[in-house]
Design a protein around this ligand. Structure first.
Ligand SMILES: [Zn+2]
Ligand SMILES: [Zn+2]
Length: 500
């Protein structure tokens, strides 16, 4: 879109009547500064537009209101055009994702501004932001909607869930930061219910963000069931709720890029999971989507090392849930040396110790997952395992039949499933044993190994199981993972959170 610049004011070119009035035609990215109009409190602003745009940062094509109406709100100070790409000393900055890396800016011959136009590659999956792209933001009053007594849930919290729930509620009320460190199987979702109810009562806007679409899809119906009166938006690539205003938003971290200063409470689930922990863009998005006075709550089973230290030394506000909901201790991994397993597999044989473990499971009919650090070696190993049972399968992130295989595993049609770290979290099979082959590989970080061990003994019917790390040399990550689990069990026993 192009603008006519008159004095300091920007008028969309399409709204300029007749021949050019005084002024020059510019791209928004070329002006030094966008002047914001003061709010005219007498102006009867459009409530639908307020609800739609409040807390967002959107492309023109994402806003289903006419440019006439939008511009009228700009002139009365309720909406502002922001620069999609800002020129900075020595380069550019993306107004949406915060990107400053020069190699992530490309230029092309743009049909909109009929010029060579720079755009951001980093956030291109959300629609292209260019030098001629304005981002629309709401500057008027924020809608406040309060909901009283909205939680419809008849379940009960375990004592440690109740403790965490109280801490979460407090963080939401006081708008502070909190880390909830809960072991795999502690039951994180239920702990959020009361805090969210409190937030709704206070008229706060809450986001639950997670790196993975699967988690959004799993959480949404659970929250809709217990908060039937609260509008809940469920956002991920391709979702349909993008255009509704909701006090509670369950979203992938990517979709946070479309928000600005929107949320009074930001809850980030699985903060350690790829890609959030690694991705600066998403950290920027989560930061930019919060209001200045907001609560920030992290949920994780496997915080990074520095956070663990801060928790234990009292430097970080945190609550630790060392026990599972079903009150059984966490299964502890056994370390078994398996020699040079790569060489073995390349030579067409399964390492002896792994073979023995595998045959025991196959013989007793207990289902198992066997983790491998890399796809290639796993695929090489698959036929070796299949010689014993042709129902054995493998799965990895690029496998098109991934969902079907996981389902077949759930239906017990697959006795043993070989997998990469794709199944390290999120999936629950009720009664399985787990092996890691090549546990010394760099792929298996402390947090990955804790997550993998967390697959075992999830259900109250089958709270135990075997978890074995087959290795060609112990690593610090392996030892730290085991110590972390041992410490959780010790804490759980001393607080009487586990039986026996
Ligand atoms: Zn960008
Ligand atoms: Zn352009």
């Amino acid at each position: 879109m192009l603008f006519l610049k008159q004095d300091q004011e920007l008028v969309p070119q399409v709204l300029v009547k007749g021949e050019h009035a005084d002024g020059e035609i510019v791209r928004i990215g070329d002006v030094d500064e966008v002047i914001e109009k003061p709010i005219d409190f007498m102006f009867p602003f459009n409530l639908d537009l307020q609800h739609f745009l409040s807390g967002r940062s959107l492309l023109l094509e994402e806003v289903p209101f006419s440019i006439e109406e939008i511009h009228e709100h700009v002139q009365h100070g309720y909406v502002v055009y922001r620069q999609g790409i800002l020129s900075e000393a020595g380069g550019y900055r993306c107004g949406r994702c915060g990107n400053r890396e020069m190699q992530l800016f490309y230029s092309f011959r743009c049909s909109r501004c009929k010029n060579v136009c720079v755009y951001c590659r980093q956030c291109i999956m959300m629609g292209r932001v260019t030098q001629c792209t304005p981002l629309l933001e709401w500057k008027g009053p924020t809608p406040t909607i309060q909901y009283n007594d909205v939680l419809e849930w008849s379940g009960t919290l375990s004592p440690s869930q109740a403790e965490a729930s109280a801490k979460i509620k407090e963080a939401i009320r006081e708008r502070t930061d909190l880390l909830v460190w809960a072991v795999c199987g502690a039951g994180k979702t239920e702990m959020l219910f009361e805090g969210i109810e409190e937030g709704m009562r206070l008229g706060l806007r809450i986001a639950i963000a997670t790196p993975r679409t699967d988690v959004v899809l799993e959480l949404t119906p659970r929250f809709r069931r217990v908060f039937p009166k609260v509008p809940i938006a469920s956002l991920y690539g391709g979702s349909e709720d993008r255009h509704c205003f909701a006090p509670l938003v369950i979203t992938t971290t990517h979709q946070l890029l479309r928000f600005k200063k929107a949320f009074d409470v930001m809850i980030i689930d699985e903060v350690d999971a790829f890609p959030y922990a690694a991705d600066e863009m998403l950290q920027h998005a989560a930061e930019a989507a919060r209001t200045n006075n907001s609560a920030l709550i992290f949920l994780t089973a496997t915080p990074k090392e520095v956070w663990q230290r801060e928790c234990y030394s009292g430097k970080r506000n945190c609550v630790i849930l060392p026990a599972r909901f079903h009150r059984h201790p966490l299964p502890i991994p056994t370390f078994v040396w398996c020699g040079n397993w790569r060489k073995d597999i390349e030579k067409g044989k399964i390492p002896k110790s792994v073979l023995k473990w595998f045959q025991q499971r196959l013989g007793s009919g207990k289902q198992a997952l066997i983790f491998f650090p890399h796809i290639e070696l796993m695929e090489m190993a698959l036929p070796l395992f299949r010689e014993f049972d042709t129902r054995i399968e493998s799965v990895h992130s690029e496998d098109p039949a991934r969902k079907e295989k996981v389902q077949a595993m759930r239906d017990s049609k697959i006795p043993i499933l070989l997998t990469t770290t794709i199944l390290e979290r999120g999936v629950t099979f009720p009664n399985i044993d787990v092996a890691v082959v090549g546990a010394e590989d760099d792929t298996f970080t402390e947090s990955t190994l804790v997550q993998i061990a967390g697959r075992v003994g999830r259900s109250p019917q089958y709270p135990d199981g075997n978890i074995t790390f087959f290795h060609h040399g112990q690593t610090r990550a392996m030892i730290r993972a085991r110590n972390q689990l041992l410490r959780m069990n010790r804490d759980a026993r001393s607080k009487r959170l586990v039986d026996g």
